[in-house]
Design a protein around this ligand. Structure first.
Ligand SMILES: Cc1cc2nc3c(=O)[nH]c(=O)nc-3n(C[C@H](O)[C@H](O)[C@H](O)COP(=O)(O)OP(=O)(O)OC[C@H]3O[C@@H](n4cnc5c(N)ncnc54)[C@H](O)[C@@H]3O)c2cc1C
Length: 507
């Protein structure tokens, strides 16, 4: 059997038949099979937007050779060591899953609730009920990655084997196969809720143990070895401890710092969400309000402002919803999510300024002080709107620095409180955001008709653990800190890959 890799250009609403005919005609072959390995939208010419599709064709009439891509090999043997993993987000789950596959005795603990109870908690909060500290957008089964947009893109280099393993696991757990070849793969919360449940079932079927509503509260360390852990369900013993707390778990960071785990400050970002009707973004990006065969248009904008901070958009959610994403009662932050269909009325994205803590405070700051500073900002936004509505203002008003035009409609489920957000953000961030918003108004037609919503403070962790390339915390011989909370990863795929890498180095 011979093989060939080929790139084809097809209309956005192409059919499988058209794709087959094109392969047949361009290669002069009739007996063949094919699989798509890459698919990306080419919207450079608005009057001729196309899918660019890369396929591998196999046929007796072809001569080329195929080499199987290298995959993650997890060597199994019955091992006596016990591993405790704290945090069931992408990093914690995938490290636990890989370690269990390798034969360790793994217990995964999660401070929040299982995904179904988590859904109920979030729905009840958004229907006006109480905030639930164990069931929200940050805490609960699957971590921040579950009730998310579910974009599976990652800018982290050299994680191909890990990424293939993650995609393969997701597909086996119910994800659409297209995630393996789309350049911008996307799952949406509806798929993710099912996937995390199926992955949990698989983890348990191979002997893994998972305990919900179980928070790691303290660790006992002796001469660089963590001897045991205190949890909200009692003491737990192990040989190795993996902590994958995400970047929302303030008290976990504080506990680790108190117990001698070393962190340092890192650059992070502060800003708000921007929201527009999706039709405005479609028109600006495609020249049409709709495009057959494509769900909703995306954007990614950057502005090198002449202020102290670059401004950029991040985690854009086409057809998505802005959500109340706090992990703690009394804090108020926002984030964005979507469903697989991406057919909501609005488009949203984080619009943030890149910062470091010294720029904001004007003095050196310890990691603990950085966390205090960030938490105080999240509390200040709650102070503006203590009912968890999101403070918001029109982009036109933000640009004018006075409330000049009314708020438009929004997807935010709890409602908006009109507020001059530029006064609530640190002054240098407000200044940079204004420059950025002006710049983006030149790049996207209709941009200034959007609104600015709430505080976006979780695009990346503000602190970073000191650890070696295996994820082992400096000065410890059995403590791995992984994922976004480590400050070395961000996003679903890079956090999951970080967890896998540390697991593989232990194996
Ligand atoms: C609304 C939203 C949308 C997002 N959309 C995307 C997207 O489209 N694409 C993307 O790549 N990224 C997205 N992200 C970011 C992504 O979810 C995170 O980068 C990723 O989940 C980080 O993985 P993690 O495992 O390191 O941490 P997390 O997913 O944050 O998981 C940490 C887990 O640890 C638990 N935990 C914390 N402390 C303890 C403790 N002491 N004891 C026990 N358990 C503990 C938490 O409850 C949580 O479940 C989104 C985030 C949010 C909030």
């Amino acid at each position: 059997m011979g093989y060939k890799e080929q790139e084809l250009a097809l209309p956005t609403d192409y059919s499988e038949e058209q794709l087959k005919r094109k392969i047949q005609k361009s290669n002069g072959i009739s007996n063949f099979s094919y699989s798509i390995i890459k698919k990306s939208l080419d919207a450079r010419k608005k009057d001729n937007i196309l899918w660019r599709i890369k396929v591998i064709i196999s046929s007796d009439s072809l001569k080329g050779k195929y080499s199987e891509p290298l995959s993650l090999e997890i060597p199994y043997e019955k091992r006596k060591e016990k591993v405790l993993v704290a945090g069931s987000g992408p990093a914690g789950f995938f490290s636990a899953y890989v370690l269990q596959k390798a034969g360790y005795e793994v217990t995964l603990i999660e401070r929040g609730l299982d995904v179904d109870s988590r859904s109920t908690g979030i729905e009840s909060f958004e229907a006006g009920g109480d905030f639930n500290s164990k069931a929200n957008y940050a805490f609960g089964e699957g971590g921040a990655g579950t009730f998310s947009d579910g974009k599976l893109t990652s800018r982290t280099k050299s994680i191909k084997r890990e990424r293939d393993f993650i995609f393969d696991s997701y597909i086996k757990a119910g994800a659409p196969e297209e995630i393996s070849y789309l350049t911008h793969p996307h799952l949406g919360t509806d798929n993710l809720k099912l996937i995390v449940k199926n992955l949990r079932a698989d983890f348990e079927a191979i002997g893994g143990r998972i305990v919900f509503d179980c928070r790691l509260t303290d660790i006992e360390t002796v001469s660089g070895t963590v001897k045991s852990a205190e949890t909200s369900r009692g003491r737990m013993d192990f040989d190795y401890l993996f902590i994958a707390p995400g970047h929302s778990s303030f008290e976990t960071y504080r506990m680790l710092i108190k117990r001698g785990v070393e962190f340092r400050n890192k650059n992070f970002a502060i800003g708000s969400r921007v929201e527009h009707p999706q039709s405005i973004i479609n028109l600006a990006q495609w020249g049409h309000a709709e495009l057959a065969g494509v769900k909703a248009a995306e954007y990614r904008l950057t502005s090198q402002t002449d202020t102290d901070h670059p401004v950029y958009t991040f985690c854009m959610c086409p057809g998505g919803t802005v959500v109340p994403a706090t992990a703690y009662e009394g804090n108020n932050i926002v984030n964005g999510m979507s469903l697989y269909g991406r057919d909501g009325e609005f488009a949203n994205a984080a619009c943030v300024a890149g910062v470091n803590i010294e720029q904001l405070t004007g003095h050196e700051s310890s990691p603990l002080e950085t966390l205090d500073w960030l938490e105080a900002l999240e509390r200040a936004f709650f102070g503006i709107s203590p009912d968890y509505k999101a403070p918001a203002v029109s982009i036109k008003s933000f640009l004018a620095q006075e409330i000049t035009s009314p708020l438009g409609k929004s997807s935010f489920p709890l409602g908006l409180t009109e507020y001059p957000i530029w006064e609530a953000l640190p002054p240098s961030v407000s200044r940079a955001m204004r420059h950025g918003l002006q710049d983006f108004s030149r790049k996207i037609k209709g941009w200034d008709t959007g609104i600015i919503i709430g505080l976006e403070s979780k695009t990346s962790a503000p602190v970073q653990v000191l650890r070696d390339e295996t994820g082992l915390a400096d000065g410890f011989d059995n403590l791995f800190i992984v994922g976004e909370g480590s400050g070395w990863a961000g996003g679903i795929i890079s956090s999951a890959a970080d967890g896998i890498r540390s697991a593989m180095s232990l194996i």
